[in-house]
Design a protein around this ligand. Structure first.
Ligand code: NAP
Length: 418
């Protein structure tokens, strides 16, 4: 085992490992790393941890238990490791060694330093799939008439596309050099000499591994379809290739488990054969209409980085906002589960904020471990707590007849309902 300077490895508990086939091997007392987060992070983490532990205890009666191990990032890492240590290398080593981690929100340092701790974590650990389930909880106010019709899981590619961070400001020597090179290849009028330049890398490798993960998930979880979302009609060689590679990977890796939309009509008269997953694709702008107008026709969505960023927030808004939107960043080995919202610093230490997003990220984590009984009991209990109208301020201010309760009391009510 690696020697750590500041991380205390719990005396009780074993490491989660991954076998040769990439299968997670989870002991009954796994060590799981957590980063409590900045701002409201400590309030939220305290509440979430209690809910996760209570659900595991109830589901397995002491046969299974998580041993939590604190690791550091963000402002707390500065106090533990010293100046500029926003993301200590020990933290990355610990996630690589212990494989599963959960985190609260982290402050993005402004000016200098690294761009974003979250982006750095994803890149350093090659957490290539950002997974965001979006569903409605009964009673949560939403801007659409039938929010319950939306129930999707978005698999967003996390490492490429215009988010790769390859860009140059207008009129810098680098931008001018690239423009001059491009002028030798194309006479496009939009290539003006005072342009800023950003690069959009989209690889077969990056696209295929993300789409394969989305399809595998759909098969394992008995989901009806996977939709490839792209803007390939305009960006043919990047977004169009994402679509092409998607169908390729579906047919080559899962030949007996999938049916494409084209095959559905040419071979099956539009009747979906039992036990198979439908693979379809939609142009990104049409997809934004589809999730509003025909949400129940969609289940798993596989998207590139930018499209996925937009569509996951749009879907979350449709069912009542970010307070209950969980997420996970998953690679072939490590996985980091996280809230999708930020640190909401004005509410720090007021025991006020909604811990729902981290709690639901914990539900995803339990599902990842295969501890589905505990996961399901939390989702049920959270749902029940909301329907009892015992909610934190953000929901209370929109829900008629509700009682506003503190962050910790919301956790208590969920625990009562488990
Ligand atoms: P934010 O922290 O998400 O907060 C914006 C507003 O969203 C809050 O003022 C609050 O709205 C609402 N909100 C957020 N979380 C909530 C929760 N759990 N329960 C109820 N309401 C919630 O966004 P920000 O103010 O733009 O960012 C603050 C810091 O967080 C920045 O340093 C940013 O870089 C960082 N950040 C981190 C992550 C991450 O770690 N994954 C993600 C995004 C941002 P009301 O004021 O209306 O109550």
């Amino acid at each position: 085992m690696t020697q750590y300077q500041k991380v205390s490895i719990p005396a009780q508990g074993q490491k989660i490992t991954v076998d040769q086939n990439g299968q997670l091997l989870v002991p009954s007392n796994p060590i799981i790393a957590f980063i409590e987060g900045d701002g409201t992070g400590p309030d939220i983490w305290r509440a979430s941890k209690r809910v996760l532990d209570a659900a595991v205890l109830k589901a397995y009666g002491g046969q299974r238990k998580i041993s939590w191990m604190e690791i550091y990032a963000g402002e707390k890492a500065l106090s533990v490791y010293g100046e500029n240590e926003w993301l200590p290398s020990e933290t990355l080593t610990a996630i690589k060694e212990f494989i599963v981690a959960i985190k609260g929100p982290l402050t993005t340092p402004v000016g200098g330093g690294i761009r974003s701790i979250n982006v750095a974590l994803r890149q350093e650990l090659d957490l290539y799939a950002c997974v965001r389930p979006v569903r409605w909880f009964e009673g949560v106010p939403a801007p659409v008439k039938e929010p319950g019709k939306l129930d999707v899981i978005i698999f967003r590619e996390n490492t490429e596309d215009v988010y790769a961070g390859i860009e140059w400001a207008a009129e810098t020597p680098e931008a001018i050099e690239v423009i001059n090179f491009l002028k030798t290849k194309t006479k496009k009028a939009a290539l003006r000499t005072d342009s800023a330049i950003g690069i959009k890398p989209v690889s077969a490798f990056g696209s295929k591994r993300l789409i394969a993960r989305a399809i595998k998930f759909a098969i394992e979880q008995n989901k009806p379809s996977v939709t490839l979302v792209h803007k390939g009609n305009i960006m043919k060689f990047t977004e169009g290739a994402f679509r092409t590679w998607g169908y390729e990977v579906a047919k080559s890796l899962f030949p007996d488990q999938i049916v494409t939309e084209e095959e559905l009509y040419s071979q099956y008269q539009g009747q979906m054969p039992a036990g198979k997953v439908l693979i379809k694709d939609r142009i990104a702008d049409a997809m934004f209409q589809q999730v509003l107008l025909r949400p129940d026709e969609y289940s798993v969505l596989a998207t590139m980085n930018l499209n996925g960023d937009y569509i996951s927030d749009a879907c979350a808004a449709q069912v009542g906002g970010l307070g209950l939107a969980p997420g996970a960043n998953i690679g072939d080995f490590a996985a980091v589960f996280e809230a999708t919202h930020g640190t909401a610093p004005k509410y720090a230490n007021l025991d006020k904020i909604n811990p729902g997003s981290v709690i639901l990220s914990g539900v995803m984590m339990l599902e990842h471990l295969g501890w589905n009984e505990a996961a399901q009991s939390i989702t049920r209990a959270l749902s029940m707590t909301i329907s009892q109208k015992q909610v934190t301020y953000d929901l209370a201010r929109q829900m008629e007849g509700s009682t506003e309760i503190a962050c910790s009391s919301f956790a208590d009510r969920i625990i009562d309902n488990i």
